[in-house]
Design a protein. Structure first.
Length: 408
């Protein structure tokens, strides 16, 4: 349809307004869920020292190179090296040290013989032993210092989301504190005189307010922090007051739901027309969109008011901006190409984002029997994906291959 922006055009406007933010320092205990802002370099090698990969014996390869059941190699055990030991026992020709997994390999040894390759195993591991299977090569079962990471090596790149595995990797190379992007600080404002708290008795014309909870959860999933959340009516200066309050708190974004369309009671559009641009985007749901930025760089998002529109608009336009604020490189979820398990109609001239589920056979279905209506919040609750249908497609047939964005 003419006069509408593409999704890509609107997203480009949004991302162009994202400003870099100074990094903050966090201990590893505090850093989970944050995004790395600077290269993380190893402070110690991994492994820290040559160590044993097996429980067994540290030996000289030359002493056991020809060992077999018929011709075992006899060695005298002269030392015991458990994990954590600082000992470096000398090993003369024909001797061995009993050693446990992770223990430092004696400097005089070059190979590990596991217990199971000896005649007596652990039960006969002090005194004289007989090696009945030769190691495959010199250095067998020895983990070399620095094989995983040398001192100074970049362990993780900027833009990496720090989860449990990443934090463990940082700890293993001796890093205790990291520079991370601060969490974006966000205000959420739901608009509408019809909105009442969930569970409150409903009179005619009233509905439970759900967009605030929806957005708060989506903001948290994107690694950001909700500083305040409120509901404002359809008249008055509620949206402008919320922007003023967010500005005073130094927030990074305000997300409005509702009040951005072309009706008579559109408080965001009517109250913030000087600060935001209101456009139509070729997507369904989510055609009416508002966006702007204050002089301080705080982003202002105006999303439609229906719940599915809110969820889709956040996924397509808000989430990428919050991730970009944190320096993340991957600001979009990966897409899969799956077959449709049902048929459904799509809107002409607009890209459709349909809440969907994926069945056991890997086929995608609408999440609700009610179609693609943007008011169908219950269907949104069971959705595990969005089926994304190109604007040029009028009808999806069962078996058609379509793009699918999985939400978990």
């Amino acid at each position: 349809m003419s006069g509408m922006r593409t999704v890509e055009e609107q997203l480009a406007v949004v991302l162009a307004a994202v400003r870099p933010r100074p990094a903050v320092t966090r201990t590893l205990d505090e850093a989970i869920g944050f995004t790395l802002a600077e290269p993380a370099r190893a402070q110690n090698p991994v492994p820290v020292f040559d160590n044993s990969a097996m429980d067994g014996f540290a030996v000289r390869f030359a002493d056991v190179a020809t060992a077999s059941d018929e011709h075992p190699a006899a060695l005298q055990v002269v030392a015991d090296v458990p994990a954590g030991s600082a000992e470096d026992p000398p090993l003369a020709r024909g001797t061995a040290a009993r050693i446990m997994t992770g223990a430092p390999v004696p400097a005089a040894a070059d190979t590990i013989v596991p217990f199971e390759d000896t005649a007596g195993g652990l039960a006969d591991s002090l005194g004289d032993i007989r090696v009945v299977r030769a190691p495959a090569a010199e250095g067998a079962h020895v983990r070399r210092a620095g094989a995983d990471a040398a001192v100074g090596a970049v362990v993780l790149e900027p833009g990496t989301l720090l989860g449990a595995r990443q934090l463990a990797a940082l700890a293993s190379v001796g890093i205790a504190r990291v520079a991370v992007a601060p969490r974006p600080r966000v205000a959420i404002v739901s608009t509408g005189a019809e909105l009442v708290p969930p569970g409150e008795a409903l009179s005619r014309g009233h509905i439970p307010e759900s967009n605030g909870l929806l957005l708060a959860g989506l903001v948290a999933e994107a690694g950001a922090e909700v500083v305040f959340r409120e509901v404002v009516g359809d008249d008055g200066a509620g949206p402008a007051d919320a922007v003023a309050r967010a500005t005073a708190l130094g927030l990074d974004a305000v997300i409005f739901s509702g009040g951005v369309s072309a009706g008579a009671y559109e408080p965001v559009r009517q109250g913030l027309s000087d600060a935001m641009e209101f456009v139509k985007v070729a997507m369904q749901p989510g055609k009416p969109q508002g966006f702007g930025a204050t002089d301080a760089g705080m982003l202002l998002f105006g999303l439609p008011g229906n719940p599915v529109s809110v969820a889709v608009s956040f996924e397509v336009l808000v989430r990428p901006a919050l991730l970009r604020m944190q320096g993340r490189h991957d600001i979009h979820r990966p897409l899969r190409r799956l077959a449709a398990g049902a048929e459904w109609r799509t809107p002409p001239g607009r890209r459709q984002y349909l809440p969907a589920v994926i069945d056991a056979d890997g086929r995608v279905h609408p999440a609700t029997r009610g179609g693609s209506g943007s008011h169908l919040a219950v269907g949104l609750g069971v959705a595990t994906a969005y089926a994304i249908v190109a604007a040029e497609t009028d009808q999806v047939e069962a078996g058609d291959l379509i793009d699918v964005l999985e939400l978990s």
